[in-house]
Write a protein of this length. Structure first.
Length: 256
């Protein structure tokens, strides 16, 4: 018996889709081609997901399955929900990476990074209409949280993930506070965030060397935030004058 050729299905779909598009262009139908192709993508996505759930070895089919399904939903969305369409599409792609990770946590830990980044971007699109002022914090904080999750999967080998987690979380905080404080104070927040990052590395990963950059950055951060108090500006100026005087005094006394 002759095997069925899938090219027949693709050929028929293209003919039907082209005919509907032509009818829509000529004014006989309205937006029917969008519904048609949306349904095609949904069905195609479900077909790949059927393969996925039928055999765990077909984990690769999660990518086309969730992506095509999300694309079909995006096309079928009503106009009132078009603003969140991008978030749904990105969320569908993110879901494929999360599925790949959770079905083999040890072997596919790499899927956490693209899954987390795409999730953060999806949340940005979904929340931009309501939290526009915090869009930068949502993206940076979401990506930073991704690295913290990566650290939790293997704390001994992936301690390095604490550093991008801390840096990105600090940058997320800066996007919120930068408009409320001055530039010097923003730098103080940045240095304190980096100090907290290295302190986490020292405490959680037991890396004793990290105490040194944590201490230095903390001092710089404290000076930055302390400038919010007027009297500290006088203390800072006097300290510079005294330090300069000590250097000159030692220089001339050594020459003598």
């Amino acid at each position: 018996m002759k095997r069925f050729d899938t090219r027949i299905i693709f050929g028929l779909l293209m003919i039907v889709g082209g005919g509907l598009a032509l009818a829509q262009t000529m004014g006989f139908l309205e937006n029917v081609s969008g519904y048609f192709w949306g349904a095609v993508f949904v069905i195609a996505g479900l077909a790949f997901l059927f393969m996925l759930f039928g055999d765990s070895n077909n984990w690769w089919s999660a990518f086309p399955g969730f992506t095509l399904l999300a694309l079909g939903i995006l096309i079928l969305l009503p106009e009132s929900l078009e603003d969140i369409g991008g978030g749904i599409f990105l969320g569908g792609i993110a879901l494929s990476f999360w599925y790949v990770y959770f079905t083999d946590r040890n072997g596919r830990w790499w899927a956490i990074i693209p899954g987390g980044v795409l999730t953060a971007l999806s949340l940005l699109v979904l929340g931009s209409a309501y939290f526009e002022d915090y869009s930068g914090a949502i993206v940076l904080g979401g990506i930073g949280l991704t690295f913290f999750v990566l650290y939790l999967t293997n704390r001994s080998e992936r301690w390095w993930a604490l550093i991008p987690f801390g840096v990105l979380s600090t940058l997320a905080t800066i996007t919120v506070v930068s408009e409320r404080v001055g530039g010097f104070q923003t730098a103080g927040v940045f240095f304190l965030g980096l100090a907290a990052t290295f302190l986490l590395v020292a405490l959680l990963a037991r890396m004793t060397w990290a105490y040194w950059p944590a201490a230095i950055l903390a001092v710089m951060g404290v000076f930055g935030l302390a400038s919010l108090l007027d009297f500290v500006n006088y203390v800072w100026a006097v300290a510079l004058i005294v330090a300069g005087g000590v250097i000159l005094f030692r220089y001339f006394t050594n020459r003598a």
